[in-house]
Design a protein around this ligand. Structure first.
Ligand code: SF4
Ligand code: SF4
Length: 118
């Protein structure tokens, strides 16, 4: 499953640079699917909506850092453990129980967003 950031976040910014997928953004920042990935053209999001990968999306949180579920792979394929959780000083990067994904699903996601054949 992907990770999420809780309201305990103190906005230190330590996690953002560690993410291999650029899935972490500062609160109130717009984000895109293409940033930090090799995605090109159109993308169908988890709601089944087709969108341009370069199109800027509205922030998911405004007061503290957030993780884009569609881009979080638990760092699979890059690191042995979630890097955001490793560096967070207040332990507020936690598993997102609402987004259950198997290791196989996460690896597929990682290969998809970085456009590598499985
Ligand atoms: S677990 Fe890894 S991929 Fe997911 S947000 Fe944290 S650093 Fe990024
Ligand atoms: S490392 Fe933790 S406290 Fe710092 S910005 Fe990231 S989630 Fe927030």
């Amino acid at each position: 499953m992907s990770l999420k950031i809780t309201e305990k976040c103190i906005n230190c910014g330590a996690c953002e640079a560690e993410c291999p997928n650029k899935a972490i953004y500062e609160g109130s920042k717009k984000w895109s699917f293409s940033e930090g990935t090799n995605l090109k053209g159109k993308f169908i999001n988890k709601l089944g909506i087709k969108m341009d990968v370069n199109c800027l999306q509205e922030p998911i949180k405004y007061d503290y850092y957030f993780i884009v579920t569609e881009k979080c792979t638990e760092c699979l394929g890059f690191f042995d453990e979630p890097q955001c959780a490793s560096v967070c000083p207040v332990n507020c990067c936690i598993l997102d129980e609402k987004n259950l994904e198997s290791k196989e699903d996460l690896l597929k996601k990682k290969n998809f967003i970085h456009c590598k054949k499985e």
